[in-house]
Write a protein that binds this ligand. Structure first.
Ligand code: NAD
Length: 332
């Protein structure tokens, strides 16, 4: 049996995800939830989706009666994640939600509680947990292959200064913020999965706006430090006006780094003396096949891909915003 997935929101990333699922071993796109009727015939034809498995945002809750959907994958603007995750859980479906899990840690807690009460599992679409170059960074750091990691640099930025002014990323109610929510969450993840530790304190500052007419209500760039209890520091940056895609770790006896580290690849990485050479994978396919192994076999998802992992990141993001706004060092 394949895991039957219904996608909620058929925007840019849903297209990538559906293409990954289409070539997966254990999953099928078997349902869609959309507010745009013109997308329905295109998606139905491309993925062979029965008419009865098509919903809009009003009819969505009727998915509870549909035995041909096992899991709902929420790929909506961040500010809508909470509502749709909780509605999916109440409909008795397992849920996968895109990053960032929500726009605050408080929302993540409600989502975890909602899924727990409904007896369904909740996963966050952290594709890099299944990606070989990032997995190697986790191993080198957490297993202290080159000794204790003392210092990390993590950055993700794209120049999106030509963004459509009506794009939800520019609307804090829908996005929860700017590049920190959208891109910085990967830097928080990187620092956490290389060290295997949770940060204890944050200092931060917003970058100066070079495009104030574009980024009116959200940050254009942000710099922050994560302090860990063992003294390790992660220095991070996210930006919507310059290019960076990097995860660097300095350990006692070597450094190791990826760049590109986070985008869809191809990834490249090295230590001081060696280049990494791992397969470049279809990240969406691998993520879904790995998640399906748990969901199809009724096994509990491991901590690093479930809602708790998303909550831990949002706790850090909440603290980064608080530190940037107040200018103070903020405990996580
Ligand atoms: P998008 O704008 O391309 O798609 C959003 C979809 O939501 C559209 O189909 C839109 O019609 C629908 N929608 C419903 N109500 C809406 C509303 N009120 N306002 C705006 N759109 C509404 O966005 P996207 O880039 O696909 O991002 C969706 C989610 O996926 C976000 O949470 C984002 O962070 C995440 N994402 C993850 C990755 C990844 O690599 N894992 C990559 C890109 C995006």
């Amino acid at each position: 049996k394949k895991l039957n997935v219904a996608l909620v929101g058929l925007g840019r990333y849903a297209n990538y995800m559906a293409e990954g699922i289409a070539v997966s071993k254990y999953c099928k796109v078997n349902g869609i939830v959309t507010g745009t009727p013109s997308k329905i015939p295109v998606w139905r034809k491309k993925y062979n989706i029965p008419e009865k498995n098509v919903y809009n945002y009003e009819t969505f809750d009727q998915i509870a009666d549909n035995k041909d959907i096992d899991v709902v994958y929420v790929i909506l603007p961040n500010g809508m994640h909470k509502e749709y995750v909780i509605r999916a859980a109440r409909a008795g479906k397992h849920v996968i939600v895109e990053k960032p899990m929500a726009i605050s840690a408080a929302e993540c807690e409600e989502m975890i509680e909602g899924c727990h009460k409904a007896g369904v599992q909740l996963a966050v679409g952290y594709r890099l947990h299944f990606e070989p170059y990032n997995q190697h960074m986790m191993k080198l750091g957490q297993e202290k292959v080159y000794g204790e990691v003392r210092y990390i640099e993590a950055g993700l930025g794209y120049n999106s200064t030509n963004i459509d002014p009506s794009d939800w990323h520019l609307n804090p109610e829908l996005s929860g913020g700017g590049c920190l929510q959208n891109l910085g969450v990967y830097c928080v993840q990187g620092a956490r999965y290389v060290t295997g530790l949770e940060p204890v304190a944050i200092t931060a500052r917003f970058g100066e706006k070079l495009y104030p007419d574009v980024f009116k209500e959200v940050e254009e760039s942000i710099h922050w430090s994560m302090e860990f209890a063992n003294g390790t520091i992660a220095s991070c940056v996210a930006s919507s006006s310059f290019q960076i895609d990097r995860l660097f770790a300095s350990a006692e006896n070597n450094f190791f780094e990826l760049s590109p580290a986070i985008s869809y690849g191809p990834f490249q990485g090295r230590t001081r003396s060696d280049e990494f050479d791992f397969p470049q994978t279809n990240q969406q396919q691998v993520q879904m096949d790995e998640m399906a192994k748990y969901l199809l076999n009724k096994k509990t998802l491991p901590d690093h891909i479930c809602g708790l992992e998303g909550l831990k990141d949002l706790r850090v993001i909440d603290a980064v915003y608080e530190a940037a706004r107040s200018g103070k060092r903020v405990a996580v």
